[in-house]
Design a protein around this ligand. Structure first.
Ligand code: SF4
Length: 400
């Protein structure tokens, strides 16, 4: 049975103007942070049972995964990252065939670091490219240009990575569908196996919010944004990438197992400030606070951590339970997670998990959305139609 671990790396060289993820630029805390994360991994491994975090029904892929996300995991000294991966693999007893991913930024992807990651056991790279158009990259305030991104892909391949993913942002003012298609074709030519495409969203509290809150719909009208979404997806499919989730497409054999584990309702452990996990009936998290995290991981006892993970401890500095899930909550999560996937809701899986037919629980919402042409039933699956993709959030909310 498979285990999944998410590790958060909250450091960035500079804050991108559109980003509202948790990250800090105070890199002087790196060493203390990674020591604390090693302690968290070791302590967690020592207090959990052999089967904790695994589930025979949801673990469809059957492979362990570890995912170093950020922030910018490629920013800190590679030694900290490799030591932490080593600790995670030992503590959680990660199998040798696990999918182990690290997010990398073109501006900090040095050859030395990449060889080090490969040697430590990482076998998948997710590269934050965002665009191969220098004007778009300038608008996004990224530290790299298109040449830097292409060079980074080349270096990643030379370091021995075959499983490479690249991120693209669509709907940026000044961006065109033709430009996005050109980027995607270049990725394919450079050997990129997996492409994630995210629509730019203007988040409150970011410099982009002040810059674009009033003008974004004039600069990128909603119809144009939708045309770009469908055009991008059609082009990806045309050249061999299969779209398996709203934002993710892959060449055969290169779907992200880690991301799929979230959509399959698998449990996962969280390590690091700002990281979120899901274990048993608890959705838990670490506060977005590097200092509180370091302090807590240096002082927390095994008994405190065990009690917390069993749902019996509160009042900690960094760790907190976001939600204790009831059976009804878990059933409601299924459409929320599965309708984002191309496979959709697997009705037999649902019955195995909860002992009841999906359509007996959600009869009204299913009928309403099928009647509107937003949802389609295909033997034992229910999924969004092409027009349903444009109203995905509204359909999902109808089930909550
Ligand atoms: S590098 Fe990534 S996480 Fe860091 S500020 Fe930019 S978008 Fe956000």
């Amino acid at each position: 049975m498979a285990r999944h671990i998410y590790v958060h790396n909250p450091f960035c060289a500079r804050k991108c103007p559109y980003c509202d993820f948790y990250s800090v630029t105070e890199t002087s805390l790196c060493e203390a942070y990674y020591q604390a994360a090693v302690r968290e991994a070791e302590l967690t491994g020592s207090v959990i049972s052999d089967s904790a975090g695994t589930n025979p029904i949801t673990d469809i892929g059957g492979r362990d995964t570890v995912y170093f996300g950020g922030g910018t995991p490629s920013l800190p000294d590679g030694r900290f990252i490799c030591e932490l991966l080593n600790a995670v693999r030992k503590a959680f007893n990660i199998a040798s065939d696990a999918e182990i991913t690290i997010e990398v930024n073109p501006s900090s992807a040095s050859t030395e670091k990449l060889y080090g990651y490969r040697k430590a056991g990482f076998n998948r790279i997710s590269l934050g490219v965002q665009s191969l158009d220098d004007e778009v990259l300038k608008t996004l305030g990224r530290l790299h240009d298109s040449k830097g991104a292409a060079d980074a892909i080349e270096k990643i391949r030379k370091a021995g990575f075959e499983n490479i993913s690249a991120d693209l942002i669509t709907g940026v003012p000044g961006e065109t569908l033709d430009g996005i298609k050109k980027d995607i074709q270049t990725f394919k030519d450079l050997g990129v196996k997996h492409i994630s495409t995210y629509s730019l969203s203007i988040e409150e509290g970011t410099p982009f919010f002040d810059r674009y809150k009033k003008t974004i719909e004039d600069l990128v009208p909603p119809d144009t944004e939708r045309e770009m979404y469908h055009g991008t997806r059609d082009f990806l499919n045309e050249i061999g990438y299969e779209t398996y989730e709203i934002s993710n497409s892959a060449l055969p054999g290169f779907k992200s197992i880690h991301n799929s584990s979230y959509w399959n309702s698998c449990e996962y452990f969280a390590v690091g400030a700002g990281a979120h996990g899901f274990l048993g009936d608890i959705r838990y998290a670490h506060r977005d606070d590097v200092r509180a995290y370091i302090e807590e991981m240096n002082t927390i006892t095994a008994d405190d951590l065990r009690a917390f993970l069993n749902g019996n401890k509160s009042g900690l500095k960094s760790l907190y339970a976001e939600e204790m899930l009831t059976k009804e909550d878990r059933m409601r999560e299924i459409p929320f997670l599965r309708l984002r996937t191309t496979e959709g809701i697997l009705l037999d899986e649902f019955k195995k998990m909860f002992g009841i037919e999906f359509e007996d629980v959600f009869a009204d919402a299913v009928k309403r959305n099928i009647d509107k042409g937003l949802l389609e039933r295909n033997e034992r699956t229910l999924r969004l139609t092409r027009s349903g993709l444009d109203f995905a959030n509204a359909v999902i909310e109808d089930f909550l």
